[in-house]
Every structure is written in C-alpha cells, then in structure tokens.
Design a protein around this ligand. Structure first.
Ligand code: M6R
Length: 606
C-alpha cells in the first residue's frame, strides 16, 4: 500500500505531485509528504493525516523546485506521525516507499552499530541511509542503487531523489507496482498509471525486480546489480477525464451509479458480437477440467463464492473458493490439469498474487479476472479475462464487483454450453437476462428515498445481521462488509440456514436483520427465516422482488422491491441495495465513504 510519485519537470513540481497524490490517496491516507530540490538542496514538507493536511502545510510554506518525490502513507512500521511520514531523508538522499523491506531490522542494526542515528520507526529509512553512505563514499547514485538492490528483501517499490542531482530519480520495484511516465522533456513515476493520467499517457511498466534511472530525457531500466533490460513503452488506456467525481459527493456514489455501464461494457467484452456467445478464454478452454480453484480477497472473494454456484450448477464443474491469504499458507492439494482463477479488481493484492504464484508452482494454469489490464496479476497469469468497470477509486469496491459477477456468470454459461451441460435454449435465456441487467440495475438505483430511510436505522444500530441463501449468501456477506468498512457499524453476513445454529441468539428489537431474498429456489426456506426473526421481535429489512414482497412484506418502509429478474443473475442486481444502504448509512453518520479509517484500496502487504 502507500502511494508514491516522482517528477522531473520544467514546472513547479509540488502542485503536480500533490495532484497525482490525490489520485493515489486510495492506497493510504495516514500521512503524506513531499520533497523537492532547489539550488541543489533538498526541501521537505510532511503532515500527519489526509492529503488535505499536507495541502495546508504546502500552502502556508510553498515548496520550490521542478523535481521531487511525494508519498501518501498506509502505516506499517510506526504510527502515522509526522516523523514517520515519507519522504525520509538521510544526508543527500530522500526516499518514498511502498511495501515492506523485510530485512530492515538486520540492516538497521548494522547501520546503528556504525553510529547512524534514526529519526523514524520506519523500515524505509534504512534505504535512505544505505544510499547516502554509498554516495558519500564516492559512488555514483546509480552505482549505489545497483549495489543496494541485491541487499534488500521483501515486496516493495521506492523512489529516490538525491540532493545536487536535479535531473535524476531512481526507482525500484520488487512485487509492488510502479509505472514510469514519459513526457516531452519530462519524466514521472507513480504507483499506477492513473496517478500520472493528466501528466502523460506514455507509460513504461517496470517488471517485478526492475529498477530504473529516470532523467528528463528518458528512462533506463536495469535488473539485479545493474544488468540493462528493455521495457516497452505503452499508451495507457486511462484518460484524465476518467479520474474525477463528476457531480457526485463521493467516488463510491459515482461508481455505484456507473454499474449499468460496467456490466454492459464487461458483457460486450465477454460476448462475441456476432453470435452473442461468450468464448471461453485460455486456460479454461481445455476439456475435462477436474476442478476450478478460485483465489481472491475481500469483496472479490465473495464474487468467487457466487461464481462457485454458477460453475457447479450451469457447467457441472467442481469448484472451490479460497481466501488467498489462507490458501498461500496451506499445504493445498490441487489436481493435475486444474485451473486456478484469480479474481481481483486491482490485480495487485499481495495475498492474491502470492496465491497465484503458489498455484503456478503446483502446476495449475492461471486465469485472471481482473480490472486493471497492466497489473501484476494480469501479467503473471496464463490467461486474462478483463472486467471493464473502468478505474475504481472508492476504497469500497462496487462497480468492479458488478463487473466480476457479470464476467463469472457469462463464463459459467459459456462453459455449460461448451461441455453440453446447459441447453442452448436455457443459455439464450440466461444471456438475455444478463443483457437486461444494465436496465434493471438502473431501476434499482432509483429507490433513493427508501434506501435513505432504511440507512438511517442502520447508521444507528450497534450490530446488523445480513442473511441470504444460495446465490444470495455472497450478497449478504458483501452487504455486511460494505456496511462495516465504511460506517464502522458491526455487521455479520450469514447463510440464512445457519441462523438457527447460533446467530439467532443475537436477535432482538435492536438488531436490524437485512434479508436478501429474491424469489428463487431458496425463497421458501428464507421466508421461514424471515418469520423466525420477526417472531423474536427482530427488525427485518427485506430486499426482494414484487412476488416476494407480496408474500412477505409487512412494513412498506422496510421492504425494497427490486425488478424481477431470472434468479440466476439476481446476485448482480441485489448488489445495488446492499451497496446503497451502506453508502447512505455512511453519509448519515458522516464517515468518509471513500477513505474509511485504517483501510486502503490496494492491499500490497501480507
Ligand atoms: O483489488 P482486489 O479485488 O484484489 O481487492 C481485494 C480486497 O482488498 C477488496 O475487495 C476489499 O475487500 C474492498 N475494500 C472491499 O470493498
């Protein structure tokens, strides 16, 4: 996590780095800082808290210079204080860093034994001291970097600015992502291409293990102790216009409302325009796949749980869904010719990346379902199915989830057709149901008054339960995650059938119970659970369709009636109410929906 940026330009560097950091704040927002060079000397400003705090510091005390580095932090080593805020400076060297230098304690002990004094609790500071000592000993910055890289272990990216070197940045990438931007007589570096979008779309992505020397005239890339390598320049698909909030209060609100397009674009990419059928991408196109293993984290994991239902019921393929963080630390047993699907919005979640590497090492072929085409997981996988949600900035994932579910559902239909499990007639019905979703999702967005009223109750609750069965179970889990991550209200998602095995003890008049219940094959059983909750004085909030409301609705105020859709695609539609209930509850509570405390969008630590 953490967002890093660097600039070599002809303009004042501080304002454009602050602007780039704003687009990286999704990666962390515990503290922020900038360093620039003017008259050969380093200048630095830092502030604890969100970027707005640094804005105020820089406004009061502007930073001169046309070259610099910047950082927005998600704390790992040391609390989010000014002293621990990046850039960290040692002598002539300023460093901004993302990830963890795993052997920092050993390196720090060695430096301390040599009399070096540390001013922060961070692992980053060792990099600044090691480079500064090498440069003071007479090495060029480039040679110092070449000597340093083999000494570091961990998953990290960092950028270095050296006093007296106004036309130089050093950048390194080990696992954590880093993109170099090339301008006209300017060079930039950032944690992703989105950060650089208004500055340039000419991007060179560093590969895992690369490090680079940037000058205004261009970039040279090296590996290990200085072996030069070629890296291709690409034109980023992200434009500056894609990175604003428009007329919405929050990115999350905007992204929830972009779901009809996210679903439609994903379908367009997955379905063949001529036949209307999805093609099964490599490596899922092999016959007789013994098992699909889905690895993911957070919301993407819940999308995987829905996918399991689809793969099993539409295509009859044995499927397991694994939390990436658990999978990678188990002695998993995987069958020969098995396929592992990594599902991830960012394509950078370290847990998921490590799970991909473990699955590969165990002989699995990997398909990535990913929203960022240039991401590490996309590049390390054997096949890629791109979700087309567009850049997602809200820390709470919304439109990317809708796109993941859409891609999974279309894929399961295609697999079912390919292995003969699904009739063409049913496949056509399901593809039609998918094609109708952008409109149905648009309709579901229009119950604002109802969502706001229910959210008012959720915002005041201490605990909230979310229940769902079958395909609605992952949506119940997702609803609970959305609520807790942006409102800090404790919420639990349960399989509705599990309620009687424990959670029912929690139910009283103070615990709202959100029940996800489209009329599907599980509906009657869920209806019994609704009665059980009501019989114990519980406050039911029912998300259902017209038939379900007729059967179960008691108080109009607490029933959201959604359009009727084929039950197979219902989870994609029922995402909308759980997202909006959480969003409006956050607005009601005044919490920051886009940047909830302690979180970061792209989790690149273990
Ligand atoms: O980028 P990824 O999809 O790999 O991210 C996985 C999780 O970190 C992510 O879904 C997280 O749970 C979100 N904050 C949920 O809203």
């Amino acid at each position: 996590m953490c967002g890093i940026v660097g600039a070599l330009t002809g303009r004042p560097a501080a304002p454009l780095m602050l602007d780039a950091l704003r687009r990286l704040e999704y990666r962390g927002y515990d503290s922020a800082g900038l360093a620039t060079i003017q008259d050969g000397k380093l200048h630095r400003r830092r502030a604890a808290g969100k970027l707005s705090e640094l804005d105020a510091v820089v406004a009061a005390d502007p930073l001169p210079g046309t070259s610099g580095v910047g950082h927005t932090r998600w704390a790992t080593h040391g609390p989010p204080t000014v002293e621990n805020a990046h850039p960290h400076i040692a002598g002539r060297v300023a460093v901004v860093h993302n990830g963890i230098i795993e052997n920092y304690a050993e390196l720090k002990a060695g430096l301390k034994a040599d009399g070096v004094t540390f001013t922060s609790d961070t692992d980053t500071e060792v990099v600044a001291h090691l480079l500064d000592r090498a440069i003071r000993a007479g090495q060029t910055p480039q040679a110092a970097m070449a000597a340093l890289m083999p000494r570091l272990t961990g998953a990290f990216a960092f950028v270095v600015l050296v006093a007296g070197e106004d036309d130089l940045l050093l950048a390194a990438r080990r696992v954590s992502p880093l993109a170099i931007g090339l301008g006209d007589g300017e060079a930039f570096v950032g944690s992703d291409a989105v950060a650089l979008a208004p500055l340039t779309r000419r991007i060179v992505y560093l590969e895992d293990g690369d490090w680079a020397v940037l000058r205004r005239s261009g970039v040279e890339v090296f590996r290990d102790a200085g072996v030069p390598v070629e890296r291709r320049e690409q034109i980023s698909t992200v434009s500056a216009a894609m990175v604003g909030k428009g007329n919405y209060r929050h990115f999350m609100e905007k992204e929830i409302h972009e779901q009809p397009e996210a679903i439609a674009h994903t379908l367009n990419a997955v379905l063949d325009p001529g036949t209307g059928r999805a093609t099964v991408p490599y490596p899922l196109d092999a016959p007789d796949i013994p098992k699909i293993t889905i690895v993911a984290a957070g919301t993407s994991y819940y999308a995987g749980l829905a996918a399991r239902y689809w793969f099993e019921s539409l295509a009859g393929i044995a499927t397991e869904v694994e939390l990436a963080s658990e999978f990678r630390d188990r002695d998993v047993v995987l069958p020969e010719r098995g396929v592992t699907i990594a599902v991830t919005q960012s394509g950078e979640s370290l847990d998921t990346l490590m799970a991909v590497r473990q699955a590969k090492a165990l002989g699995q072929r990997i398909l990535a379902i990913v929203n960022v085409p240039e991401s590490t997981i996309a590049r390390e996988s054997d096949g890629v199915l791109l979700t087309r949600a567009g850049p997602e900035f809200g820390v709470a994932s919304t439109k990317a989830t809708a796109a993941q579910l859409t891609a999974f559902c279309a894929l399961a239909i295609a697999l079912g057709r390919a292995n003969g499990r699904l009739s063409e007639e049913r496949a056509i019905e399901l593809r039609d149901a998918l094609a109708g979703l952008p409109s149905r999702v648009g309709e579901a967005l229009h119950h604002e008054a109802r969502y706001v009223r229910i959210a008012h109750d959720l915002a005041r609750a201490r605990d909230v339960l979310y229940l769902g069965r079958g395909l609605s179970y992952p949506i119940a889990l997702e609803g609970a995650l959305k609520l807790k991550e942006i409102t800090y209200v404790h919420a639990e998602g349960y399989a509705a059938g599990e309620m009687k095995h424990g959670p029912i003890a929690l139910i009283d008049e103070n615990v709202p119970v959100v029940i996800v219940a489209p009329t599907d094959r599980w509906f009657e059983k869920t209806a019994s659970n609704v009665s059980e909750v009501r019989a114990r004085g519980g406050r039911v909030i029912l998300l259902t369709d017209a038939a379900g409301a007729e059967r179960l609705g008691e108080s109009d105020d607490h029933v959201v009636v959604l359009p009727t859709v084929d039950p197979v695609v219902a989870p994609i539609l029922y995402l909308v109410p759980v997202q909006l209930l959480a969003y409006y509850a956050a607005v009601e509570k005044g919490t920051d929906a886009d940047q909830p405390r302690n979180l970061a969008k792209s989790v690149t630590v273990e």
